[in-house]
Write a protein that binds this ligand. Structure first.
Ligand code: FSX
Ligand code: SF4
Ligand code: F3S
Length: 390
């Protein structure tokens, strides 16, 4: 922990003033970002100041960034962030000593720079792996400088202070591992034979990466992770639980097809295949690209495809209904004009299910009552093409 307990006290410190010059960001903007990162990671009081001091001190960890089977979207999302401070901050916080996309050097020169950085920072450098690693047929499907990806990742990890997998490809195989996985595309953790911190997403959110790196820089260790290696601060909640459309899900208001009235009204995208109910990530709360509210897939009207989740993203058909992890919804909902006394509200059915103490029993009861409600509705209701409730 740094010597300053309060982040406000840092506003006039020399280190933060120098950083203002270096990055071209206002001190306040920088300190706000540190406070936001500390809060997002659920760190205790004073951690924001410690993080700000660590970044401002310019003691930058050496980073070696490897690219294998992927689209380079992870790197692009860091660099093409709408807000200029983000990529500046990332590149200032770390000393990027080897990165195939951003390097001016090429060929033997680039490989020599990697070896030099590994030697000079032995045991201390941060290894970032982007992209899956093909292991089939002795790894021949991906080679850099004549070395297979498998050998390169093992060689670089041997002397690293820490290894982080960025993106779904490096975290669990991602897109290259789908469709029968012809190259044996595997995660960095699988190749190294251990759980390593993973920042999945295709692409992942740059803030989650930045927060992870700043944590490493400040506290000398990576943040707490779940059993899949994902930092808990970013991947412990279902998207569904923080989604701005959740009230529509609970009320049974769904978009049934792209462009219909429900879709235009911002109803829930579950019936279009939204995988938010089975995907753990902080997309709805942290958003993308610093462009303001709704800048995440569901916010823009597209169902979540579960890109952070192994076995969901690029595996399940896009329009297949998501598995509901925390509640079992009915297949249909009562309309508001059902015969009095014949229907049952979702809320009261849920309460009954809770009293019965069994979700399965509850949903069976719900289905039975909803069946009765729809029978009543069919007798009395005019066909309403506008309503997206079903
Ligand atoms: Fe692409 Fe990265 Fe997707 Fe993969 O992100 S955005 S294919 S997760 O490894 O470059
Ligand atoms: Fe949001 Fe998707 Fe859940 Fe609907 S199903 S509330 S759109 S996350
Ligand atoms: Fe990916 Fe779904 Fe977030 S598609 S970016 S996990 S909303």
């Amino acid at each position: 922990m740094g010597k300053n307990e309060s982040i406000e006290a840092l506003e006039h410190s020399d280190g933060v003033a120098a950083l203002e010059q270096r990055l071209g960001v206002s001190r306040r903007e920088f300190l706000q970002l540190c406070a936001a990162m500390a809060t997002t990671m659920g760190l205790p009081k004073g951690a924001d100041a410690a993080m700000a001091e660590a970044v401002a001190s310019a003691k930058r960890p050496s980073v070696i960034w490897l690219h294998f089977q992927e689209c380079t979207g992870c790197t692009e999302s860091l660099l093409r962030a709408e807000h200029p401070t983000l990529e500046k901050l990332i590149l200032d916080v770390i000393s990027l000593d080897y990165h195939e996309t951003l390097f001016a050097a090429a060929g033997h020169q680039a490989e020599a720079a990697r070896k030099d950085a590994m030697k000079a920072n032995k045991g201390k450098y941060l290894l970032v792996v982007e992209g899956a690693i093909p292991i089939k047929d002795k790894g021949i499907y991906c080679k850099v400088g004549g070395q297979t990806a498998v050998d390169m990742v093992k060689e670089c990890a041997a002397d690293a202070g820490a290894v982080v997998a960025i993106g779904s490809c490096a975290s669990w195989g991602g897109m290259p591992s789908t469709g029968g996985n012809p190259t044996g595309a595997s995660s960095a953790g699988e190749v190294l034979g251990k759980v390593i911190p993973n920042i999945p997403g295709c692409p992942p959110n740059p803030y989650n990466f930045l927060s992870t790196v700043v944590h490493y820089l400040t506290f000398g260790k990576l943040p707490d992770v779940d059993q899949l290696g994902r930092p808990k601060f970013a991947y412990s909640r279902l998207i569904h639980d923080n989604c701005e459309r959740r009230a529509h899900f609970d009320a049974g208001r769904f978009a049934m097809e792209f462009g219909d009235v429900g879709h235009r009204k911002g109803y829930c995208l579950y019936k279009l295949g939204c995988k938010g109910p089975e995907t753990y990530a902080n997309c709805p709360t942290i958003l993308f690209g610093d462009v303001g509210c709704a800048s995440w897939p569901v916010g823009t009207g597209h169902p979540c495809i579960g890109c952070t989740e192994k076995g969901v993203g690029f595996s399940k058909p896009i329009h297949e209904l998501a598995e509901l992890k925390n509640i079992v919804p009915p297949l249909s909902f009562p309309r508001i004009f059902e015969d009095q006394g014949k229907g049952i509200s979702f809320g009261s059915a849920a309460a009954l299910a809770a009293i019965a103490g069994a979700a399965a029993g509850g949903s069976a009861m719900l289905a039975r009552n909803l069946g009765a409600a729809h029978e009543a509705e069919n007798k009395t209701a005019p066909k309403d093409k506008e309503g997206a409730e079903s």
